[in-house]
Design a protein around this ligand. Structure first.
Ligand code: PLP
Length: 398
């Protein structure tokens, strides 16, 4: 087998260097466990980045992928396929409202669809195109030009300016500023209910209710980005179900295919009607193989009651982290199995490395927040081992 050193050199020689790589190569995964090229076994408390909710290489998902790949692989969106239509029906039913679905291949593309739909819906509803979209500072919505512009992180904007100028950002803690920013030019408000990349920061019910009220007053769409928070992660099927608001549109991706690339934009039927044939399309979106994987993923989440497990284990994880005795910990926040350990010093990345050295994979969300997003199947015993490693890492990083 290629050594880690050779792999790093080959990576530099063949790939664009857009990722800050950790010098670890994984070769296998099973459930909560990952194995690296030295044979070291880790507990995965990050799940990709909130992707593999059922754990790695779930046998039923692997079987569904193999079966579909051997039966029908791809026919374009010029034709009907059963897995795509069945998955759309499942997502509509889970949403709790009369929804219509568009399948994309990623979170950014799901959000891109929502933004294009908001533009068309404004024409439909108001007879003219509204371009303004209000989003939150620190929010993250993707890396395409439009979703990068929607992302409320100026450092990510800087290398790519000029960006589309339709976006206005307000602080995630200021409902009054949000209310004032939403006006007759506004097509949509785009936000996460817990800001994932932005530091595992839950947005207040008051801010969400303000967004809902002002959107209704001016005839704008409330779009909730559920790419990270959806599909059980927060202890509900969708994050908005842990809040007092229901969106007009929400987007999904990360966990939908348990690792296969699939995104979805889910909109109320009357809003989705603003799109007609030819308005939006993607070659691979909703292909039979990824939809078979997603259908099985939803089936397992439901049958094994993993939404409830996420809620219960999430409370346990937060309580265990709160019991850690370290003056550098200022807060434990998040919801369900998306938990942030907030630090008074910029040591999150050092802690990620030290936790990995103790056999547990965690992530960061900015320099001062350690992010934990274990799979929805995680057990109490796994959580004890995960928190033990974090506690050890806090001692190692001085
Ligand atoms: C990861 C993420 C995205 C982008 O998803 P990609 O699949 O990487 O394009 C968008 N929004 C949120 C909230 C995310 O966490």
């Amino acid at each position: 087998m290629t050594s880690l050193h050779e792999l790093l050199a080959a990576d530099r020689a063949a790939q664009m260097q857009t990722y800050g790589r950790t010098p670890v190569a994984f070769v296998a995964g099973r459930g909560v466990e990952l194995t690296d090229s030295d044979g070291t076994v880790y507990l995965d408390a990050l799940s990709g980045i909130a992707v593999t909710g059922l754990g790695h290489c779930h046998p039923e998902v692997a079987e569904a992928i193999a079966r579909q790949a051997k039966t029908l692989d791809h026919v374009s969106n010029l034709y009907l396929t059963e897995p795509q239509i069945a998955l759309a029906g499942r997502l509509r039913d889970l949403s709790g409202f009369d929804a219509r679905v568009f399948f994309a291949n990623s979170g950014a593309e799901a959000n891109e669809c929502a933004l294009k739909l908001a533009r068309r819906a404004s024409v439909h509803r108001h007879g003219r195109a509204r371009t303004k979209v209000v989003a939150l500072e620190h929010g993250f919505h993707g890396r395409t030009f439009a979703t990068l512009a929607a992302t409320g992180q100026p450092a990510k904007h800087a290398p790519f300016e000029p960006l589309p100028e339709w976006f206005v950002h307000v602080p995630p803690t200021d409902p009054d500023a949000l209310a004032a920013a939403i006006d007759d030019e506004t097509a949509a408000v785009l936000l996460e209910v817990v800001q994932g990349e932005g530091g595992v920061l839950p947005v207040s019910d008051e801010l969400l209710a303000t967004a809902r009220r002002r959107c209704d007053e001016v005839g704008a769409l409330l779009v909730i980005d559920e790419v990270q928070t959806g599909l059980g992660r927060l202890g509900a099927w969708f994050g908005f179900q842990t809040t007092p608001v229901v969106p007009d549109v929400f987007t999904l991706a990360k966990a939908l295919g348990n690792g296969l690339p699939i995104g979805a934009c889910v909109a109320r039927a009357d809003i989705a009607a603003a799109f007609g044939p030819g308005d939006h399309a993607t070659t691979f979106g909703g292909g039979p193989v990824v939809c078979a994987a997603a259908l099985t993923t939803l089936e397992v989440i439901e049958r094994e009651e993993l939404v409830r497990n996420a809620a219960e284990r999430g409370d346990e994880l937060a309580a265990m982290l709160r019991a850690l005795d370290d003056p550098r910990i200022t807060e434990v926040r998040g919801r369900g199995l998306l938990v942030g350990l907030v630090l008074a010093e910029p040591i999150a990345n050092a802690l990620v490395d030290a936790t990995r050295a103790r056999g547990v994979i965690v992530g960061s969300a900015g320099p001062e927040v350690l992010r934990l997003a274990p799979p929805l199947i995680v057990s109490s015993a796994d959580l004890a081992a995960i928190v033990d490693a974090v506690a050890g890492a806090l001692k190692d990083v001085r």
